[in-house]
Design a protein around this ligand. Sequence first.
Ligand code: ACO
Length: 371
Amino acid sequence: MSHPSTPVLATASQAPGLDDVIAAETRLSHVDGVAGELILRGYHLQEMADWTFEEALALLWRDLTPEVLSAADIKHALGAARGRAFALMQPLLSALSGLSPVEALRLLLAALPDEETTAHPVLAVAAVPVFAAAIARGGQGLSPVEPDAALSQAEDFLRMLKGAQAEPDKVKALDTYLVTVADHGLNASTFTARVIASTKAGLFSSVVGALCALKGPLHGGAPGPVLDMLDAIGDASRIESWLSDALARGERLMGFGHRIYRVRDPRADVLKGAVARLKDGNGRIRFAEQVETAALALLQEKKPLRPLQTNVEFYTALVLEAVGFPRDSFTNVFAAGRMAGWTAHVLEQEQTGRLIRPQSRYVGPMPKAKA
Ligand code: ACO
């Protein structure tokens, strides 16, 4: 008996990672991997490099939240919601011991109530820095710092992390980072969020699923390993040999390559600029640039058929290190920015009302025909 035929546009064997399959329509962001462009609701990312995170949220949530929210409204609402998230977190803190930072964030986000917040993504966005800062401090044996509702999200994130007022250049760099990673087409975590949202499971279920997808090293787990790589190389004299040996062992160089971009990821230079503007950002950049140049040359030599360029994670690592996050928190900080996009996509998906349910092509054995 032949396999049942299924009416599919592209099969998984033609596109095993669903490359080039268009799985949703969105007004939120567009990634052009050939031109190296990221457009968010009509703006090139580069135009938004000086925006605050609240301004980016106002753009992404436009027409999606029940009420129109300006950046000032969002700042106010996030401030109040950070206080609420802090209170909700208290009874769960003792359950976090032994978990990695991203597992701890997953546990805390999973405890938030779906039905209450389906129409209010503010709590989802406000909660991540509160949780991530408390988790990072817990890892150093320190107690959580209560949020300050009067501050911006970026400023309060750093204050809750350090327990002291953040320097303005670091707040600016973190704002640029959060805006830069706020949304990026139908990446794996956003797709996950939309699939869950399409079942009407609710906002928090959708974003918890997204976080689970983000934590993998092929997606949002790369920037910590980028710093590990820079540290392991250690010295300019070892760059070539270290990278060649890693490639010879069949390892991937973290911070390089992308499913969509065939040219340089536009986010890389926005983040590089954010590090360069920091008072003490330049030393690390110079070494990173040397590693980047050598890595790109080696990748071109060893993988001539596949254009492999610098991706967002390479300079993410430098920004987040420079503003003071421990490297095992990097994925959680990524989630703090990407929560903007996840919530917007969940709201957009809910508006379509259509369950996402693709088909598979069965390639297993068929039952034996009855005699
Ligand atoms: N280092 C070395 N070789 C690489 C790299 C890399 N960073 N990336 C891809 N390649 C090679 C693969 O080994 C493969 O070679 P082969 O054909 O000889 O086997 C070829 O390039 C194609 O690789 P694919 O796996 O088909 O590429 P894909 O589109 O699936 O990969 C990915 C995208 C997962 C990001 C990949 O480039 C990678 O693993 N990069 C390193 C991890 C990283 O930086 N992740 C962050 C991505 S950005 C983000 O998600 C926010």
